[in-house]
Design a binder for this molecule. Structure first.
Ligand code: ATP
Length: 281
């Protein structure tokens, strides 16, 4: 019998709140929230009880309006923020037997440096603007324990060529690049250690439409060439439709719908998803 495929990432009951809560909003009293916000104490319930899996080579899209909790979810997954509760398992880490949220700071750094890549909406968060593009990739390789300068440079050149940075510009710093080129360097950097999982947070937001299209094409090409699993967050269902195999719709910190992207598009169940799909027509 064929063994069940193990998920690359499995997230269970992830919860993130900003604030300690009060008698009016704790436990089962969440119906008293205004969207994700407790008017009595100001606590924000940014992510509530989020569970999902990502399988080998697939793209999971996360779509939702501003403030629905998408970026918080990504920050928690990449340890940019501590979760308030919940568990996550990466198959590449101890064969998925250890909750990565419960690991030491050192182990979390190991996971960040070897097993995950993240591409931020704002290139300032993912790149050192004054380092050369090759230097940015070198930094990530050094953090993962590489020391051989020649091999690191060769890897950097190979990756930058893959994301279409011209060979003659690889020693330039990203600060002199266009927004689209900066995102390409971020993607190359995130890929440098062959991570099994890539997290992309609103990576095309703010780019011109034609530049957006070229970055989306690049993401599709990377998935095809490297068979890498991805979680892609966007407020734009058009982006998710183009890239994601499965889609999770978030509203007010909760997942309100989850399914194959085609299914969600053809037969949206929740009224909010219906509005999102309508807006695409
Ligand atoms: N550091 C923080 N302190 C308090 N509340 C926060 C903090 N960061 C985010 N929030 C709140 O958490 C909620 C979710 O924010 P988040 O940035 O995850 O949403 P989003 O769906 O990514 O939206 P956007 O695309 O606009 O960033 C929002 O209500 C936001 O105000």
């Amino acid at each position: 019998m064929k063994e069940m495929e193990q998920p690359v990432l499995s997230v269970r009951n992830l919860h993130k709140q900003y604030g300690s809560g009060c008698a009016a909003c704790r436990d089962a009293r969440r119906e008293r929230l205004l969207k994700n916000y407790c008017p009595a104490c100001g606590t924000v319930y940014a992510c509530q009880d989020i569970s999902f899996e990502v399988f080998g080579g697939e793209i999971l899209g996360v779509v939702g309006e501003s403030g629905s909790g998408k970026s918080t979810l990504m920050k928690c997954l990449y340890f940019d923020q501590e979760v308030s509760a919940g568990e996550a398992y990466l198959y590449a880490y101890q064969e998925g037997r250890q909750n990565i949220f419960a690991q030491s700071a050192q182990q979390k750094r190991y996971i960040q440096n070897h097993l995950m890549g993240k591409v931020y909406q704002n290139p300032l968060d993912g790149l050192r603007m004054n380092f050369s593009s090759l230097g940015n990739i070198g930094e990530k390789l050094i953090a993962a324990g590489h020391r051989h300068v020649g091999r690191m440079e060769a890897r950097g050149r190979e990756l930058l060529a893959h994301v279409n940075i011209p060979e003659y510009r690889v020693k330039e710093a990203p600060k002199s690049f266009s927004g689209g080129m900066q995102q390409r360097v971020q993607i190359a950097k995130a890929l440098s250690n062959h991570p099994p999982l890539l997290l992309l947070d609103e990576v095309t937001t703010g780019l011109d439409l034609s530049v957006q299209a070229s970055v989306l094409d690049l993401i599709k090409m990377i998935q095809r060439d490297f068979k890498i699993s991805m979680v892609i967050v966007s407020h734009d269902f058009g982006v998710i439709r183009m890239l994601a195999d499965r889609t999770m719709v978030m509203l007010d910190g909760r997942v309100i719908e989850h399914g194959l992207t085609d299914q969600v598009l053809e037969d949206p169940q929740h009224s909010y998803t219906q509005q999102l799909v309508q807006s695409l027509l």
